[in-house]
Design a protein around this ligand. Structure first.
Ligand code: DQA
Length: 151
């Protein structure tokens, strides 16, 4: 039976949302995003595992754990732009991984325009603030129902 759990994984500095560069990220906190994501996912019959870490290896291990989930919403934060380890972890898991960003990384510094992860992600959503996470949940729900996988 296919999983109905979505893993939402967050990387470094996202625990500082609310105070962190509010001109870029707004004043929404990670706890706000978690609450919105849980409610949004529940409305579509999904449970959520929601986690944040500032450690690259921990994100890798959490991706392994999410291997048979319904899908992964991944905001790898700055590791997006640097991490081959996280890219390899995405490549080896079965579940669709949606790369998300709160900000529009393409409207920011040039070093944020490149993602080491996008090529192995199912898709990318960025620039919609906290709503990027909700749109990613919708994308996973649509993928799951299209594949007829969920029971
Ligand atoms: C971010 C964008 C990254 O470039 C940055 O390093 C972050 C947050 C976003 O959600 O907009 O930490 O992933």
């Amino acid at each position: 039976m296919a999983s109905s759990t979505i893993h939402i994984l967050n990387g470094p500095n996202l625990d500082r949302l609310g105070n962190r560069e509010p001109d870029v990220y707004g004043t929404v906190t990670l706890a706000d995003i978690e609450a919105q994501a849980r409610a949004h996912a529940a409305g579509q019959g999904f449970e959520v595992v929601f986690r944040q870490t500032s450690r690259e290896g921990e994100l890798v291990e959490w991706l392994h754990e999410a291997s048979d989930s319904a899908g992964v919403v991944l905001n790898a934060a700055a590791y997006t732009h640097t991490s081959i380890a996280i890219r390899d972890a995405i490549s080896l898991i079965e579940s669709p991984v949606v790369e998300v960003h709160i900000s529009n990384v393409f409207a920011r510094e040039a070093f944020r325009h490149h993602s080491t992860l996008s090529a192995v992600a199912k898709g990318v959503i960025c620039g919609f603030g906290a709503q990027s996470y909700l749109l990613a949940i919708d994308a996973i729900a649509a993928t799951a129902s299209q594949a007829g996988k969920r029971t």
